[in-house]
Design a protein around this ligand. Structure first.
Ligand SMILES: [Fe+2]
Ligand SMILES: [Fe+2]
Length: 391
């Protein structure tokens, strides 16, 4: 082993949530090799079901990994994939890691199942060139002919360096953890320190529909000031509108988290207050509630952040050249989890997670179609938005 070199193994996954099985993978790698560090690297991709609350938000998954590995020797948290906007691919991640850290020999710790499926991943040859594959397998798995055969194939086809490490597999999966948690069959001792309490504090894995308004505020880590704003909103808006505001708040945070283009705090505040101008005794037409809302947010709620006020101002029509926060609120307003009746809602949510500009034009077109079908006026700015954002 070259003294200049560092040897680092990566344990990847969604960590939704992290559990002792992940720890065991890291420890198996440490026991088998002289490694300097083991990096726990949550994947950047968002599960579609996080829209409804049934999966943890990326920022919560990250927080749980950090909590779990705190104080564990040689275990490190890596946000390498989480900070990438959009979907991440293992091949790209390791190519970037190699370029950034030329002194590091990278190992990728995978289970036997992953070795079998590797050839179907994005650019398997790049993965095999970039890392040494550490396959953690139970003893009977390692002697399994099909696994050995897969390793031989990867060596011959892609020049892969595949090494097996013994692993005392703990029969636990994130799916099982989530299920047990929702059924009340999980205790703090079943998970690495701090994780269970974190899940409870933020009401993770429950559908947002099943959470109270206050629980949604917990889920979004709302500040005391934002909780006071919420209380005030309940005196101004219908209960249904308030619920919608909470849905937009959550969705806006998911989008800001997915793209890492906007601070979560700004997305949360703008989402919560975006419809504060839509009061019951408001005689304004549907479009006028947005500029009215920006005024109310400033005068009544005391919001001074111009970026937040502008996102409230433009949330109904959008405008050409929107800021990232404006786009996030505009899109979140359409696809929040309590929206039930919108046409193409599923498609809109998927687009929103992959291309925000495309999502803006898609939703503007939907709006036009909807208004046309009802014989209502179309704001010319909506047509400008379609022109501006369609690629
Ligand atoms: Fe609105
Ligand atoms: Fe709204």
């Amino acid at each position: 082993m070259n003294r200049e070199e560092k040897h680092i193994a990566v344990v990847g996954g969604t960590f939704d949530p992290i559990h002792f099985g992940h720890f065991q993978l890291g420890r198996a790698a440490l026991a088998a090799l002289h490694l300097d560090e083991v990096w726990f690297m949550p994947s950047g991709s968002n599960n579609y079901r996080s829209v409804l609350g049934q999966r943890a938000e990326k920022f919560h998954r990250e927080a749980m990994v950090k909590l779990a590995i705190a104080g564990q020797e040689k275990f490190r948290f890596s946000d390498w994939e989480c900070i990438q906007p959009g979907s991440t691919y293992t091949s790209k991640t390791f190519a970037q890691l190699n370029a950034t850290y030329p002194e590091v020999v990278w190992y990728y710790v995978v289970g036997a199942d992953t070795l079998h499926s590797l050839k179907y991943w994005e650019e398997p040859e790049l993965i095999c060139h970039a890392v040494i594959l550490l396959v953690a397998g139970r003893r009977e798995q390692v002697s399994d002919d099909s696994l050995q055969q897969t390793a031989v194939e990867l060596r011959e086809k892609y020049g892969a360096d595949v090494r097996f490490i013994p692993w005392d597999n703990i029969p636990v999966s994130s799916t099982q953890v989530r299920r047990n948690y929702l059924e009340g069959k999980l205790s703090a001792a079943d998970l690495p320190a701090g994780v269970f309490d974190y899940m409870e504090k933020h009401h993770l894995y429950h559908s947002l529909e099943d959470l109270t308004n206050e629980e949604i505020l917990d889920r979004c880590e709302a500040t005391e000031t934002e909780r006071q704003y919420y209380e005030r909103l309940t005196t101004m808006l219908t209960p249904r509108r308030v619920r919608h505001c909470l849905g937009v708040m959550h969705m806006a945070m998911l989008l800001a988290d997915a793209y890492r283009n906007v601070p979560l705090e700004k997305a949360r505040l703008a989402g919560l207050l975006h419809d504060c101008g839509r009061t019951e005794n408001n005689s304004l037409n549907a479009l006028a509630h947005a500029p009215a809302g920006a005024h109310i947010a400033r005068r009544l709620f005391g919001v001074t952040d111009e970026a937040v006020l502008s996102a409230i101002r433009w949330h109904t029509t959008g405008r050409p050249g929107m800021t990232e926060l404006e786009k996030v609120i505009y899109v979140a307003d359409y696809i929040e989890p309590f929206r039930g009746q919108m046409v193409n809602l599923d498609k809109a949510r998927r687009i929103a997670y992959t291309d925000l500009d495309h999502a803006v034009s898609f939703m503007a077109k939907n709006t036009v179609r909807y208004l046309e079908s009802r014989g209502e006026d179309i704001d010319p700015i909506t047509l400008e938005v379609i022109d501006y954002y369609q690629s």
